[in-house]
Design a protein around this ligand. Structure first.
Ligand code: ADP
Ligand code: MG
Length: 477
């Protein structure tokens, strides 16, 4: 198999050939429907462009990809079990909610729902677990988890179309054998099946699935892919903002949620994961939805189960065992993907982590409880930030993580307006997970995926909308 790396090196010194291939790649993307709205007109479908992607798919060792897919159903179970353990959440997040206002607000809703008694026994989770692949000196690779996203996780929708685009690109340059190794996965129907299952269990054919969305809808076409799958099953879908819920939403005597006169069977959050997504009114709307009988994707406790603080606590000895009694294989499979995570809560353990980070800042990542990319600190920034509050409780808003040094590849990133250049890149593998629990029983638990997201190694942090990351497909090696 010729590596795409060799091919790229030849291509980059032949601008005519390169431009021709890039045009072909972009047109294939448009033709297949790998589309995104533009940043200039994010709410208009008058002008769209291709969703950013790599010219070639990135090589991924088969063993690590299989490992990531295999462990996913255990991660689904883990997230779900955490969400049902208020004592664990209380203890894990005790320091964080003192220091981090956003987590505290989420936690307040979680506590109120607990106190009132949960009304809904159906739970649907759509998550994505992200990994980097770290090479070892002996030539092997290991899979290291970056984080798990339990709210508004992307990784399906229009990107389902990328493998076909990559296969076409490889074939068009004669790399036929390689084109057979492009990993195919039709994620949207599988992810949507979980939403559909939850809707069915809710049991009201007139009730809708409500996508809770933001005003700036650059990713709308991805949502439309999910909606289309639901409409195919005769499941009605509406799209609403927090404001619609606060002005036109109410609960009836049985706590059924109505918005615009329509009963809502499932609330699917594609928004609400960052502090600036909320006004005071939206917090009230979130509480209203959480208290309601509607199935939430995710519910507030599953949202909290996806915080980086919870991730750090899970890495402590004995914690996974508590969630998987009598299942040592599951524990082992999950733990094999963990890298070092350290508490910054007040106390001697946190003091040691601070000292460690200050002594070797380039070996760590300092992480906040935010989502969406661009919120972490690397290298000297860790020193700067920690110096400020290393001795006071504000530090509990963060966790410390070993810095993963991923495999690097060569590729060309295609994004509207970005100059073409051969770039040293690294990827993150995202495996989607879908599950439904009903009255204490998992009635669906699936590993779905994977999607790759790739960035230049010049960037420490990632972020798709921020313009650092592009979509990619695994080329199995
Ligand atoms: P977010 O919720 O903002 O997506 P992540 O934990 O995914 O937070 O971190 C954002 C990005 O920072 C990741 O996509 C990855 O590129 C980089 N990153 C995060 N943790 C590590 C780590 N331990 N080692 C190396 N890079 C990391
Ligand atoms: Mg991330």
């Amino acid at each position: 198999m010729i590596t795409t790396k060799v091919f790229l090196q030849e291509l980059i010194i032949n601008p005519d050939r390169l431009n021709h291939l890039v045009d072909e790649a972009k047109e294939a993307a448009l033709q297949h429907g790998l589309l995104i709205r533009t940043r200039e007109t994010p709410n208009s479908s008058e002008v769209v462009t291709y969703a950013p992607f790599t010219l070639f798919p990135s090589p991924v060792p088969k063993a690590v990809l299989l490992q990531a897919l295999e462990v996913q159903t255990h991660f689904n179970t883990l997230v779900d079990r955490i969400s049902q353990d208020p004592d664990f959440l209380q203890e894990a997040l005790a320091g964080t909610i003192q220091a981090d206002d956003f987590t505290a607000k989420l936690f307040r809703i979680h506590r109120q729902v607990q106190q009132e008694g949960r009304t809904q026994s159906i739970v649907v989770g759509l998550n994505r677990s992200d990994y980097m692949v770290e090479p070892a000196a002996d030539g092997t690779s290991s899979l290291k988890q970056i984080e798990i996203n339990t709210i508004s996780a992307g990784g399906f929708g229009v990107t389902d179309l990328l493998p076909a685009v990559h296969r076409h690109i490889l074939r068009s340059v004669g790399l036929v054998e390689e084109s057979e190794c492009v990993h195919e996965s039709d994620r949207t129907p599988q992810m949507t099946a979980a939403l559909a299952k939850a809707w069915e269990l809710y049991g009201q054919t007139k009730a809708v699935i409500m996508f809770l969305v933001e005003d700036v809808q650059i990713s709308q076409l991805t949502h439309r892919c999910i909606e289309r799958e639901l409409w195919k099953r005769n499941i009605p879908v509406i799209r609403r903002h927090f404001e619609d819920v606060s002005t036109k939403g109410f609960l009836d005597g049985d706590k059924r949620l109505f918005v615009d006169g329509l009963e809502v069977a499932v609330v699917y959050y594609r928004y609400g994961y960052m502090p600036d997504n909320y006004t005071e009114q939206s917090w009230d709307a979130r509480l209203l939805m959480e208290r309601s009988l509607a199935v939430k994707c995710p519910d507030i406790s599953t949202h909290l189960a996806g915080t980086k603080k919870v991730q750090q606590v899970l890495a402590r000895p004995g914690v996974l065992e508590k969630f998987f009694p009598g299942q040592p294989e599951a524990v082992e499979q999950i733990r094999a993907t963990f890298t070092g995570l350290y508490t910054l809560d007040m106390g001697p353990e946190g003091d040691r982590a601070v000292a460690m980070a200050l002594a070797n800042p380039h070996e760590f990542v300092l992480k906040t409880q935010r989502e969406g990319g661009g919120n972490n600190y690397f290298g000297e920034d860790i020193v700067r930030v920690l110096q400020e509050f290393k001795s006071d409780p504000r530090r509990a808003a963060y966790v410390l993580m070993d810095r993963i040094r991923p495999r690097t590849e060569e590729n060309i990133l295609l994004r509207r307006g970005l100059p073409l250049r051969l770039t040293s890149v690294c990827y993150e593998i995202g495996v989607c997970g879908a599950y439904v629990r009903h009255e204490g029983q998992m009635v669906m638990n699936e590993a779905v995926g994977p999607i790759l997201r790739t960035k230049s190694v010049e960037h420490d942090d990632a972020g798709l909308i921020g313009g650092v990351t592009v979509f990619d497909t695994p080329l199995i090696i």
